[in-house]
Design a protein around this ligand. Structure first.
Ligand SMILES: *Cc1c(COP(=O)(O)O)cnc(C)c1O
Length: 481
């Protein structure tokens, strides 16, 4: 016979025990936050050995939490790209507001279900409210809507699946989509996972500022139609990952209208610059897109795991996703209530809304706007400095991509070197810039040219660190042979 005496209660922490645990973790967290400015911006030393040291068989017995945290913070964390460091200007950073981590702690402890509105009405509404705020930021009408994903890749994927479901028959294999040759690879991956043959993604050339050539795009669509093919969607960019280029979104929207195509805008990097006037000018027309991918873990500085898909008309998401099962509770008809399981691929999932809602409620949107404006200014400052280096050196520092938002791409040119030699020169330069670990910059390839990017969108990066970055660049240029 089963009895209460035999049950194992070790998993059930009392409130007091939970506090002990959080306090233990908090000691490390506080030290971590306070030492961020001194921490390395990256470290990959001994990566493989360290990673292998983590492998172990399923433990039968537990270990002391204090020891676990000690090892985690002391050893595991030290060998990483430090995406929370103010010197991290690689890829597309965001920083990770720790305020959001408090939201995650709460969300995890209460463990409420937000996939279905009736299960936690006010909590689901918190998430819907966040979506409404995002719709307002990009200029979507009241019919707009969306849901939070774990990142931009899944937002792009869901956007393309929605476009496919709304614009193509069940037999959709002939559908063609168009994007620029600057698309993030997640666009190609999204198309692939949405079921399209890879050849159905047509990459169109860009102009000197890395914006899609709308004239060439129109020609390609016409040529494909003439061959009896089925164009159905365009993926535009509000900030490419390589250079932050913003396509002529109004022109893309005109073309999409004319051709009856779905317009999806990948705004994973650039979208939240819509909070700034400069961003609004640049991204004019984004509000005409049928769907938009955003990444709050970039432009709103949230921790990783925060993406978003918005649609101009929520009915499209319903049309693409609505299914239900006999075991499900009733769904909502009220236009201002949303059952997330009805408009997105997931059913059970974490309570994502709280992570965004809490920091915005606490601070209001102004600090976010101010930080984004500051990053635009910092990038411009960095470009001026890069240019001025040319007065100090024999080689030439070429700005390969002027910043449209907060990314600049540059490289060192040296007379007499061919392209492979220039690549090696700039690989060496980048290695020397990063060597002191005060900053971390990553490269990309533009028209076959190896370039070094500075991407400033992490909230902790301010002028002092940018000055250090320029100093590292100057010193490194002095040392490359
Ligand atoms: C970061 C990024 C993505 C991918 O987003 P994840 O959140 O990393 O999945 C897609 N497009 C652009 C332009 C990006 O900058």
């Amino acid at each position: 016979m089963i009895s209460d005496r035999d049950c194992d209660l070790r998993l059930e922490l009392s409130g007091w025990q939970f506090r002990q645990l959080v306090d233990l973790a908090m000691e490390h967290i506080v030290a971590h936050i306070d030492s961020l400015p001194e921490q390395h911006a990256w470290n990959s030393d001994g990566a493989a050995d360290l990673a292998r040291s983590v492998i172990e068989p399923l433990p039968t017995d537990g270990s002391d939490a204090a020891d676990i945290f000690q090892k985690f913070f002391g050893r595991y964390l030290a060998t990483t790209y430090n995406t929370a460091s103010p010197g991290y200007m690689a890829f597309v950073p965001g920083g990770g507001l720790p305020q959001s981590a408090v939201a995650d702690l709460i969300a995890g402890v209460i463990n409420r279900y937000v996939g279905v509105w009736i299960a936690a009405p006010a909590l689901a509404q918190i998430e819907t409210t966040v979506i409404r705020w995002f719709c307002d930021i990009v200029g979507y009408p009241k019919q707009g809507g969306g849901f939070l994903t774990t990142g931009g890749s899944l937002a792009n994927w869901s956007g393309l699946v929605t476009a496919r479901r709304c614009r193509l028959p069940d037999d959709f294999q002939s559908g063609l989509l168009y994007t620029s040759n600057q698309a993030h690879y997640s666009v190609q991956k999204a198309a692939m996972l949405a079921g399209f043959p890879t050849k159905n993604v047509c990459e169109i050339a860009v102009d000197s500022q890395f914006r899609v050539r709308v004239d060439l795009l129109a020609e390609q669509i016409a040529a494909d139609r003439a061959l009896g093919r089925t164009p159905f969607a365009i993926v535009g960019h509000a900030g490419t990952v390589n250079t932050g280029a913003v396509d002529a979104l109004d022109a893309l929207a005109d073309l999409a209208d004319q051709e009856g195509l779905w317009l999806h805008v990948d705004a994973a990097y650039g979208g939240f610059f819509m909070l700034t006037e400069r961003g609004q000018r640049l991204m004019k027309g984004i509000e005409r897109a049928d769907s938009i991918a955003l990444d709050p873990h970039k432009g709103l500085f949230l921790p990783f795991g925060n993406g978003c898909l918005l649609v101009r008309n929520l009915d499209h998401l319903k049309q693409a996703h609505s299914l239900t099962g006999e075991y499900m509770p009733p769904m909502q008809d009220e236009p201002d209530f949303v059952d997330f399981c009805q408009i997105s691929p997931e059913l059970s999932r974490d309570f994502r809304g709280l992570r965004t809602w809490l920091p915005i409620k606490m601070h209001g949107i102004e600090p976010f706007r101010n930080n984004l404006n500051e990053k635009l200014d910092l990038t411009r400052w960095a470009v001026e400095q890069l240019r001025s280096i040319n007065n100090e050196i024999d080689d030439e520092l070429e700005i390969v991509a002027e910043p449209q938002l907060s990314i600049v791409a540059f490289r060192l040119l040296r007379q007499g070197l061919d392209e492979p030699q220039l690549t090696r020169l700039n690989e060496d330069l980048r290695e020397k810039i990063n060597r002191n670990r005060r900053v971390y910059l990553t490269p990309t390839i533009l028209d076959g040219r190896y370039v070094i990017r500075i991407c400033v969108i992490q909230f902790r990066t301010h002028l002092a660190r940018m000055k250090e970055c320029l100093q590292e660049i100057r010193k490194a240029i002095g040392k490359v042979s």
